[in-house]
Design a protein around this ligand. Structure first.
Ligand SMILES: Cc1cc2nc3c(=O)[nH]c(=O)nc-3n(C[C@H](O)[C@H](O)[C@H](O)COP(=O)(O)O)c2cc1C
Length: 369
């Protein structure tokens, strides 16, 4: 019998997950008009038999202009919903973990180029470009379009789009929603004083900057079924002096907890290229301490993410109480069988699909009949 904590179940409202490994949301930049296709069947289908307790589907734009790139998935039309339902049904038929979706609005970082073409914003005259929106008319950086500052009607439109997408997600049968409020996208850009320069009730004090993201949370919670968990991804820090920081994240976590938020997925950065953190600063578990701090000071259930690649490292994060779950992105693309191997190393039993059971080491080298 294993005493692994990574491989113990966790319950979020009515959703029981078999273990604490989460497939982190990962844009595939492969949708057409926001619609998933066979690539997503293969990608998510593969991860659905990985043994991870939960998959969170990639950042999905709640309106057309909310997509990060023209290749990002959307959930703003019946076509989007039908295409995604096909993929979800496939994963359900063959997989066995929980499946959630990250609902997103890319804000002033929308209308970006597909990253394997090049980094940066699409040119204004690019036929795939679309308008961008933000709390204030402040571009992300030089060479990026100046976003339109959302007025009251615009805020209502975006909030309504989140609600509609949540209703579609429920209808399709998703188990969980993660609201994307990290990486410099729209909701994060309301939180951060770097991008939010409003002088109405949505800007200025931290209470005001939190107002719109909290309104979106409340609006989704109101339509999302009581037994289904709703959480949020945040950037715990902007890595910029005078920007959003860990103390502010704890304040947000307390507000969210009072509103019935079920988890916070703790990432960092993305608000501006001026951040003092670069690729060179990346190291194992580089964001886990933020998850630990948010959890300790707010009592919120947290997900740690960021270069968690080793089973013992993941086990330690859960066992030492730094976080309740761990999410992995690149490590699971590189090795989608990671949960099987981790289970083996930690003495636990993952759920193998029956078709693959003969690959389990306990079968030894028996000859195939
Ligand atoms: C291909 C790729 C796509 C990503 N897309 C998203 C996304 O849709 N939403 C999000 O919040 N983070 C996204 N991320 C960030 C990851 O979810 C994760 O937080 C980050 O890669 C750090 O985890 P890792 O070290 O395990 O890769 C993406 C990362 C990668 C590599």
């Amino acid at each position: 019998m294993s005493d692994s904590k990574l491989f113990t179940p966790i319950k979020l409202r009515g959703l029981e997950l078999a273990n604490r490994i989460v497939v982190s949301p990962m844009c595939q930049f492969s949708a057409v008009d926001g619609n998933m296709n066979d690539w997503h069947v293969m990608h998510l289908g593969n991860l659905a038999v990985s043994g991870a307790g939960l998959i969170i589907v990639e950042a999905t734009g709640v309106e057309l202009e909310g997509r990060i790139t023209p290749g990002c998935t959307g959930l703003y039309s019946d076509d989007n919903e039908a295409a995604m339902k096909r993929v979800l049904d496939f994963c359900r038929e063959h997989g066995n973990g929980g499946i959630g979706i990250q609902l997103a609005h890319a804000g002033r970082k929308a209308s970006s180029a597909i990253p394997w073409d090049r980094f940066g914003a699409l040119g204004q005259d690019d036929e795939d470009a679309y308008p961008t929106y933000a709390p204030s008319a402040v571009p992300y950086s030089d060479g990026w379009p100046t976003p339109a500052a959302l007025d009251k009607a615009g805020l209502e439109r975006v909030r309504g789009a989140f609600v509609q997408a949540a209703e579609r997600a429920d209808r399709m049968g998703f188990d969980l929603i993660e609201i994307h409020s990290a990486h410099g996208y729209l909701l994060h850009s309301f939180l951060s004083p770097i991008s939010n320069q409003r002088d109405d009730e949505y800007g200025g004090s931290i209470e005001n900057r939190m107002r719109f993201p909290l309104q979106v949370f409340d609006a989704i919670r109101a339509v999302w079924p009581e037994n289904k968990p709703l959480g949020i991804r945040i950037s715990a820090t902007d890595w910029i002096e005078g920007g959003w920081d860990v103390a502010a994240s704890v304040a947000l976590a307390k507000e969210l907890k009072a509103r019935g938020c079920d988890f916070i997925d703790v990432s960092s950065g993305g608000i501006s290229p001026a951040q003092s953190f670069s690729q060179d600063d990346l190291g194992p578990g580089y964001q886990s301490a933020f998850a630990a701090e948010v959890k300790r000071d707010s009592g919120m259930t947290t997900i740690a993410v960021g270069l968690i690649t080793e089973p013992q490292q993941a086990e330690h994060i859960i066992r030492s109480g730094q976080a309740d779950m761990i999410a992995m992105a690149r490590g699971l693309l590189y090795n989608p069988r990671w949960p099987w191997h981790a289970a083996r190393e930690l003495g636990a039993e993952p759920d193998y699909p029956k078709q693959y059971r003969r690959a389990h080491p306990s079968f030894g080298q028996k000859a195939a009949p």
